[in-house]
Structure formats: structure tokens, C-alpha cells
Design a protein around this ligand. Structure first.
Ligand code: G6P
Length: 367
């Protein structure tokens, strides 16, 4: 079917704007009728039958996996490995019994991810996948394929597929937590109720899109940008840096905030803006103290936090963007929005081709 831009200037803008709807659809697809538990298609998966999860992907899908590792380990106590597909298979990793291998791919056709799947199949692992294209090779070759239901994604820089991947992975982690006796029925129901409110938080965050665009115009002047985050915000910092590189061609790198003093702090001066992703979670004080270290060295911080976070840091940052309040567990999904919009508006300010950045392909089907 013909997909158009629906009144938006770019597919990427359209796909960013679609997120509240498609995330909502993904949630409803996996929610039980009473809204209190997670339901998987077909035979599903019994998380008491596995001892280890190995997640493999490329690009943005890889960062979705890194985020999911935090969820699976914290919520379900399930040990996880995450690998970039091209490294995984050539390392020839052992795949012990009772391992499930999970492949995340928007297209379902990425050559390295598919090859990694076949490697795990050869080691008799249970093969799971989280895909956007249900008839893709990766979906067809899985024991259980979970669609993310994001709809066709045209922009080369993945946006709605990423947030739908995160949504499905979080629901899978919640199911794992419940199967493994780590989360009681009421806590699960409460968490799912919060998840159902995520689309409206997205809509609320989109009302501040002008502030994000204004911040992006300032970032557009930089040659190098650092992204910092802790815990669940670390993989999102990596995704934010990737988005920016892909479409604005500005060199961007992400670090776990705690690694700042182990190298990247040497780069800090007024020419290298530092984007700090910091909702008010258990690690907020540590992250803001890293932010102060940057400011003390003349660095300019773009802080992305919530209203209370802004109040506590009393405007010390160069720029502060405020997001709606959100449960820290869900923050990586919501905070993907400012990461995407910063990249989008920076690219617009630089006049680059947003939907078809140079040298990149939407789907990499050759090695
Ligand atoms: C390419 C795309 C990225 C994508 C990656 C993995 O590099 O440009 O946006 O994240 O492939 O693609 P997949 O279809 O496997 O998610």
C-alpha cells in the first residue's frame, strides 16, 4: 500500500508523531482482557524453563536490547547477554542448555542478525524474535515471533520501531518477572496500568516540541556532542547519539555517566555540548553530580529531566528540557522522544536529508 507523509515534511516526523498511537496498539495487543497480565501468542514462553537470555541485534534494535537487559535482570532476575550480531557469531559463543535467544529487528531481514539466529538454532536454543515485519525471514525462522505493530517505517533513522520494540520488550520482561515469581499479581497489574498511560505522556511531551526544536538549533552549531545517562538512561544516551550521527552528521558519543571521569571528561570545554538524560530516578543525584563536574569545567549541559528535576538543579544547566513525570521503569521509552526530536531538528537546521541520510540503508541485507 502507498504510504504517504500524512501532512508531515518528512517520514521521520510522521513516524515520531505516530508513536502514541502505535505504542498504545502494541500495549493492547499483549495485554490480557482484564488488563492485569501479559499474553503472548501461540504457545508463548515459560520463563521458568530458561536460565539465561541472549539478545542479539544491530543498530537501534541493539540499543533496545541493551535497555531490555536492565529490565530482564532487575525485574525478573534473569541473567542476560546482549551482543551486536556481527560480533556474536564470529565469536562462536557457547549457548548453554536452557538458554533462549532473542533477536530484535525492525525489518526482520538484517543479514548479521539472521545469521546469528541460525547459529543459535544450530545450538538448539529456543529462538524468540521481536520484529516489525511479521512475514520476514527472522520471524519465520523463530519458535515464537512477537510483532511490534509499529506499521511501515520509512525513515532510515528508526523511531517508532524503537519505542515499540521497547514496549514489547518491557512487557516480555514483566511476564518473565511474574513467571519467575519475582513480581506479584497486583504489582504486575499496577505496572501495566502505568504502561497504558504512556501514550498520553507521549502526547503531553509532544506539546513541548518547540522547546526541543529551539535547543536543537543550538546543538546544530557543535562539531562534537556527548550524551550521558545512567542505568536505564545509558542505552538511551547511546541511541540518542546514534540518531544524531545518522541524520545530522555531527559526531556524537555516549557514555555511562559514571565513566565520565575515566576519559571523556578530558574532552569537555565550551565547544562540546553534553546532553544529560536524567529523569528523577534512584540515580538522579549521582547523574546531576556528574553534570556539575561538566559545568565546573566550562562545559555546556543540555539537561533532559522532569519539572522537579529542573527545580532541584535550579537552572544550572545551559539548557533544560522538561518531560512529564513518569515511572523510572518507563522513562527510557518516553525519553526516546526528545532524543529523536533533537536529532530531527538538528538535521533540519543543518539542511541534511532527514529521511535518506548519506551512506545508510534502511535494511542491511548483506554482510
Ligand atoms: C540499519 C538501519 C538502522 C537499524 C539497523 C538494524 O542500520 O539504518 O536504523 O537499526 O539497520 O535494522 P533491523 O531491521 O534489523 O532492526
Amino acid at each position: 500500500s502507498q504510504v504517504d507523509k500524512g501532512g508531515h515534511k518528512h517520514f521521520m516526523a510522521k513516524e515520531i508523531a505516530e508513536q502514541p498511537r502505535v505504542i498504545g496498539e502494541a500495549i493492547m495487543h499483549y495485554l490480557s482482557d482484564d488488563g492485569r497480565s501479559v499474553e503472548l501468542p501461540g504457545k508463548g514462553i515459560d520463563f521458568t524453563a530458561i536460565d539465561r537470555l541472549s539478545m542479539v541485534a544491530c543498530g537501534t534494535a541493539y540499543y533496545a536490547c541493551v535497555t531490555a537487559k536492565y529490565w530482564f535482570e532487575q525485574l525478573a532476575g534473569l541473567p542476560c547477554d546482549v551482543d551486536v550480531a556481527s560480533e556474536f557469531r564470529y565469536r562462536e559463543p557457547p549457548v548453554p542448555a536452557r538458554t533462549a535467544a532473542l533477536f530484535v529487528s525492525q525489518s526482520g531481514e538484517t543479514a548479521d542478525t539472521l545469521a546469528a539466529l541460525r547459529y543459535c538454532e544450530g545450538k538448539a536454543a529456543t529462538i524468540l524474535s521481536v520484529v516489525n515485519v511479521p512475514e520476514s525471514s527472522i520471524a519465520r525462522e523463530s519458535d515464537l515471533a512477537l510483532p511490534i505493530l509499529a506499521g511501515t517505517e520509512i525513515g532510515v533513522a528508526s523511531t517508532k520501531a524503537f519505542t515499540c520494540q521497547l514496549t514489547v520488550l518491557l512487557m516480555l520482561a514483566l511476564k518473565a518477572a511474574s513467571d519467575r515469581g519475582r513480581m506479584d499479581a497486583d504489582t504486575l497489574a499496577d505496572t501495566l496500568a502505568k504502561l497504558r498511560a504512556l501514550p498520553s505522556a507521549f502526547n503531553a511531551a509532544m506539546e513541548d516540541a518547540d522547546d526541543i526544536a529551539a535547543a536543537a538549533r543550538k546543538l546544530a552549531e557543535a562539531r562534537d556532542i556527548l550524551f550521558l545517562g545512567r542505568g536505564l538512561m545509558y542505552p538511551l544516551a547511546m541511541e540518542g547519539a546514534l540518531k544524531l550521527k545518522e541524520i545530522s552528521y555531527i559526531h556524537a558519543e555516549a557514555y555511562a555517566s559514571g565513566e565520565l571521569k575515566h576519559g571523556p571528561i578530558a574532552l569537555i570545554d565550551k565547544h562540546v555540548p553534553v546532553v544529560v538524560m536524567a529523569p528523577r530516578d534512584a540515580l538522579f543525584d549521582k547523574t546531576t553530580s556528574n553534570m556539575q563536574e561538566v559545568i565546573a569545567r566550562g562545559g555546556r549541559v543540555l539537561l533532559i529531566t522532569d519539572k522537579e528535576g529542573k527545580r532541584i538543579t535550579h537552572g544550572d544547566a545551559w539548557l533544560t528540557l522538561t518531560m512529564p513525570d513518569i515511572d523510572p521503569l518507563l522513562a527510557p521509552i518516553l525519553y526516546a522522544l526528545p532524543a529523536q526530536l533533537l536529532a530531527y531538528h538538528t538535521a533540519i537546521a543543518k539542511g541534511t536529508d532527514v529521511d535518506q541520510p548519506r551512506n545508510l540503508a534502511k535494511s542491511v541485507t548483506v554482510e
